[in-house]
Each structure stands twice: as C-alpha cells, then as structure tokens.
Design a protein around this ligand. Structure first.
Ligand code: DX5
Ligand code: ZN
Length: 222
C-alpha cells in the first residue's frame, strides 16, 4: 500500500503561500488546501481565486479540502482550475454521488469527507463514484486540535469499504496527525495523511514529512 503525505498550509504563513509550499515540495506528495466558508464551519480561509493563483506558482499537486455549503456549486471549479484531488463533505451535499461524478468529469480525483460524528453508512451510495474517503479526526474548522482516537474504528470501516471496491480508493485522515498519532492511523488502514501543525511548526518541514512517512510505513497494515 502506498503512503502519501499531504501537509496542510492552514497554520502556515498564509500571505506567503507559494513560499510555504516550496518548503515541503522536495518530500511532500500533495499539498492540502483547506477551503472554509464560515457557514459549513465557523472559520474562513481562502477560495477559488487564491487557489487558482497559487497553482500557477507551485508544482506540488493540490489536494483541496472544501469545508463549504453547497459543494455542487463550487467543487468542480477547483478541479477545472487544476487541483489533482477535490474533497467535499457528505454532510453538506444534497446529492453526493453527483458532486463526485462532476469532480471526476472536471478532471480531478473525487474525495468524500466525514465529520467525526457522521457514520460510515452516510457514504454508501456515493462510494462507487469516489477515489478517496477522508475521515476527519477532529471537528473541521481549525488546525492544531487534539487527535480524536475515538474515530479510529471508522478509519477501519473506511478501509474495509475501500478494499471491497473495484477501484483504488485512498483513505485519508485529517486533524491532529503527528509523529505521536500517525502510526495508529496507518495501523487502522489510512494510507493518505494530512498534517498541518506537525509539519509547519517543525524546524525543517520537508524533513518532518519524511519522518511522518517512515512512521506510517512502519505501522501500515501489510
Ligand atoms: C481542519 C483542517 C485540517 C487542519 C489540520 O479543519 O481540515 O486540514 O489544517 O491541521 P492539524 O494537522 O494542525 O490538525
Ligand atoms: Zn483539511
């Protein structure tokens, strides 16, 4: 199973986004971009114009995590702008299967995210249209929160769902992932790891990505 590390820039120097992405470019597989609308979550970050502009300055593939209402209205545009992966929240989507199909049709991998309190059954109908399941390990909205180990059983359920599918579905965890928690996520079946504060508060962010990767590889399910 491949391991992917996707650092989140949420807690980085946001006025210097392209420069921050370059600090992880040598080792990161993706860069995770947290779009928030102050409706779906109680925080506001950046939107399509900033992501479009950033993409013209970086080579690292973009993993956009849209914490917004009405994702059907916006998500495909991030794919058209060149994001390699676009994830929406199942809680926000009226028709999750359609949102996922539209993201794919616009040229990106489609991800579906679940808040800590949302059961895995919520994605049953959309599963055949997605390329990634994002299991949130904090309530979405802010970086730097404590990891929720109570969500690990759902990571296992997501892994089982992914393994049963015909296509290669990635299982991503996001929130509180660091050197102290990444191993239990990998052991539960996650293969794609978002880490914000752990990476950008490290003295050498690119080196921290490699440390996280090694820890995940050691603990990954065979
Ligand atoms: C939270 C965001 C996460 C966050 C992760 O709503 O979706 O991507 O930036 O940050 P850390 O790793 O600090 O929890
Ligand atoms: Zn995120």
């Amino acid at each position: 199973m491949g391991i992917r590390i996707s650092p989140s820039v949420l807690n980085s120097d946001l006025a210097n986004l392209a420069g921050e992405v370059r600090r992880i470019a040598a080792t990161a597989d993706w860069v995770h971009l947290d779009v928030m609308d102050n409706h779906f979550v109680p925080n506001l970050t950046f939107g399509l114009p900033v992501v479009e502009s950033l993409l013209s300055h970086i080579d690292t593939p973009a993993d956009c995590h849209l914490m917004i209402d009405d994702p059907g209205r916006w998500d495909p545009a991030y794919a058209e702008a060149g994001a390699g992966s676009v994830t929406f929240h199942v809680e926000a989507a009226r028709n999750p299967a359609k949102v996922a199909r539209d993201i794919r049709a616009a040229g990106a991998r489609a991800g579906i995210a679940l808040n800590p309190g949302t059961p895995i059954d919520a994605i049953a109908e959309a599963i055949e249209h997605v390329d990634m399941i994002l299991v949130m390990t904090v309530e979405p909205g802010f970086g730097g929160q404590a990891f929720r180990a109570d969500v690990l059983p759902k990571v296992r359920q997501a892994r089982d769902l992914a393994d049963a599918a015909d296509v290669d579905i990635w299982v991503q965890v996001d929130g509180g992932v660091d050197l102290g928690t990444i191993e239990e996520c990998a052991a539960a079946g996650a293969d794609t790891f978002v880490a914000g504060s752990a990476v950008f508060r490290a003295e050498d962010p690119a080196e921290m990505v490699e440390l996280l990767r090694a820890a995940a590889e050691n603990a990954a399910r065979p």
